[in-house]
Design a protein around this ligand. Structure first.
Ligand code: NOJ
Length: 690
């Protein structure tokens, strides 16, 4: 196996001097066990109090081995998979000397213009909670004191995914109900799974910046939720209180952030500069400082750092690459499980291995857009491009022709002509299109969530040859598909899949794996529908197929998804029987059993993601048209039938009611067991009064 050893970065001599002179208690985004040991020696032997420092970094979806972007992995609908990839990530990250990662991002992203949706689990809260929990468990492992346990940080607290117009860092105007019911639950789930740190968000919430928000950081977090852990700023969020116009100056910003409940300032240096004076003047009570210091020390104690400052700093573990092969196998499996097949007309997929294939597009040979939005330390020497994956899967390399056709954002001289000629010679064209990886992630908001124009032109030209086209999309968000891309015979969403991209995609394209991913975000008809999410509140004028004037819809498009949340195909034919419930009237003290029988009418074994949705028919606040309440991936052999049984407790029907309390309300509900948020026929039940 080729292996490019990790290169330590950023642990510089100034870091050591910061530890001694500025009494810095944590360092971030540097790696290297030997350098880490030196930092701890300096901390223990030369700093005033001799307390070891926390070594942190943004290790989001892989360290040396890169796994799919979190949004892509959420498409697997397999939290257990995310737990395994987070565990593997923690093993590699702690071997490189880290104690703490700034992940998982648990922001719910209901607007696909926002670039940071790529870092989370999509638009749904129940799915988001399941992935938040799984990732925390995976990073931290069963024992926080173990050398391979990596502290997790759910972020960005809170409602960062609700920035207006999907523009990163923008303001957030949000109802209490949406905040409580949609954006906060994944944080609570992460804390319940054992997360001991949390990162504040850059945005304000209804006028109060999250990073100086006492109601959030102290009232809710420590008061209501009893969170014992540490609150760290996002980067310079304390400093940004000045730009928000919420603080006069550095000192005021420090006071506001600290007294609101932010324990640690990541980057600005404000706390080191101003807290001593603020405590001396009494503006920051000593008791508050003590409580904060206690939280930092408790965290260090919890991971065993006060007993062994050199925890996770073993250069021989860092040099040991024996685990990498298993991690590559996991990355390939995670990659193919994250792929979503949107469309497969006339069963054009999977491709025959002896077909004459033209692999066309700017991602065909690309090696620079494999890792996705948040990878600082990936081992690029081990990345597998599409070309490499296809060649490895095809015994007769002669049947594969590869043409770039265009650049990521611009035409290539002669590119279209070469692509068209190759398409004419081929039986099928595989068009590898998508967003450059820098289009998603922090500060990468878009107004139009479409493919770059040069790629669309290529798609139109190739499709005009009449050769069947399979589109492979690389994307960090839901896209609005247009023209020949939308109309291709098959469309495969491959996100950014990480190290094993080429192999994972080839496994699906050539049928070694039947795709089992489902959309964690709705693909709209058009960019202008954003924010668009399946679980929107009911309007007074819902659109109906037969009567569309004066209804809640756009002039140009129906207000539905082109491909809804939860949608995805496999290489089988699954049919859903009717949804049934065991009680027409559900007492609040009981649990409803919901059933449906699925049958695989196809000729291949497939994995199906079965989804449970409900709709509250009448309530004191307008309720969503549907809400996911459960999901399960199961394997069905050809010809096999299986009954799927979900249990639905009244607590799962709770929401923030008109009077601000949380709970369910008696009355009628619809319930579906369905393959997507737009499919199925519901059963009915009534929740009885208490
Ligand atoms: C800013 C990002 O918002 C946050 O997610 C990240 O963890 C920090 N920078 C540190 O790199």
């Amino acid at each position: 196996m080729s292996y490019d050893p990790p290169r330590p970065i950023l642990v510089s001599s100034s870091a050591a001097s910061d530890v001694v002179k500025r009494q810095v208690g944590a360092l971030f985004n540097g790696v290297g066990a030997a350098q880490g040991r030196e930092i701890q020696r300096v901390a223990v032997e030369e700093s005033r109090l001799g307390i070891p420092v926390l070594l942190a970094a943004d290790v989001i979806h892989g360290m040396r081995t890169v796994f799919p972007i979190p949004l892509g992995e959420a498409a697997s609908f397999e939290p257990a998979l995310a737990e395994r990839t987070a565990r593997a990530t923690a093993v590699e990250a702690t071997a490189a000397g880290l104690h703490w990662t700034f992940a998982p991002a648990v922001d719910i992203a209901r607007d696909q213009r926002w670039g940071r949706g790529a870092e989370g689990a999509g638009e749904d809260t129940v799915l988001g909670c399941a992935f938040a929990e799984a990732r925390v468990r995976g990073f931290q492992g069963p024992d926080l004191r173990a050398a391979d346990s990596l502290l997790a940080t759910p972020k960005h607290f809170a409602a960062y995914g609700a920035v207006a117009a999907g523009m990163d860092y923008n303001y957030v105007e949000i109802s209490e109900g949406t905040l409580q019911d949609v954006h906060l639950p994944p944080f609570k789930a992460a804390f319940d799974a054992g997360a001991l740190t949390v990162m504040t968000a850059f945005n304000d919430i209804n006028g109060v910046p999250a990073s100086a928000n006492h109601a959030l950081l102290t009232g809710l977090l420590r008061g209501h939720w009893d969170f014992p852990g540490l609150v760290v700023s996002d980067y310079t969020a304390d400093m940004e209180l000045i730009a928000h116009g919420y603080a006069e100056d550095e000192r005021d910003a420090t006071r506001r952030a600290f007294t609101a409940g932010m324990d640690m300032s990541m980057q600005s240096g404000f706390y080191a500069a101003h807290l001593p004076g603020l405590v001396e003047s009494g503006e920051v009570p000593m008791a508050l400082l003590d409580a904060s210091v206690r939280r930092v020390l408790s965290l260090k104690a919890a991971i065993g750092l006060l007993d062994d400052p050199y925890r996770s700093l073993d250069p021989s573990r860092e040099d040991d690459i024996s685990r990498l092969e298993a991690h590559e196998t996991l990355a390939r499996d995670a990659g193919r499980r994250s792929i979503v097949l949107l469309k497969n007309e006339s069963d054009v997929l999977p491709l025959r291995r002896d077909a004459r294939i033209a692999l066309v597009g700017p991602f065909a040979r690309d090696r620079d857009n494999i890792e996705g939005c948040w990878t600082l330390f990936g081992d690029k020497s081990r990345y597998i491009s599409l070309e490499e994956g296809f060649r490895a899967a095809l015994p007769h390399a002669g049947s594969l022709e590869i043409v770039d056709g265009c650049g990521l954002e611009s035409p290539l001289e002669g590119g279209i002509e070469a692509a068209v000629a190759a398409a004419r010679r081929a039986e099928v064209v595989v068009l590898a299109l998508g967003e450059p990886q820098r289009y998603s992630g922090e500060a990468q908001s878009r107004t139009r969530i479409v493919l770059p124009a040069a790629q669309q032109v290529l798609a139109e030209a190739v499709s005009a040859t009449g050769t069947p086209v399979v589109v492979l999309l690389r994307n960090g968000r839901a896209l609005a598909l247009e023209g020949a891309v939308r109309d291709a015979r098959a469309i495969v969403v491959t996100w950014f899949l990480g190290s094993q991209t080429g192999h994972a995609v080839a496994d699906v394209v050539f049928g070694d794996y039947s795709p089992s991913g489902r959309l964690p975000v709705s693909f709209p008809h058009d960019s202008g529908q954003q924010p668009f999410f399946y679980n929107h509140p009911r309007t007074g004028r819902p659109e109906t197929p037969e009567m569309s004037e004066f209804k809640a819809r756009w002039r140009e498009h129906p207000n539905t998804a082109l491909y809804p949340f939860g949608h995805g195909l496999g290489y089988g034919r699954i049919e859903y029987g009717a949804t049934t419930v065991d009680m027409a009237k559900l007492p609040v003290s009981d649990v409803l059993t919901v059933r449906a029988t699925l049958r695989n009418h196809g000729t291949r074994a497939v994995e199906e993601v079965v989804q449970l949705y409900v709709h509250d028919r009448v309530a004191s606040r307008v309720r969503p048209v549907r809400e996911l309440k459960g999901f399960r991936k199961l394997m069905l052999q050809p010809g096999e039938s299986q009954e799927v049984v979900f249990r639905l407790a009244p607590a799962q029907l709770a929401f923030t009611r008109a009077d601000g309390t949380h709970g369910s309300e008696p009355g009628g509900f619809d319930v579906w067991i369905a393959p997507s948020a737009m499919a199925g026929v519901p059963a009915r039940f009534e929740l009885l009064p208490r």
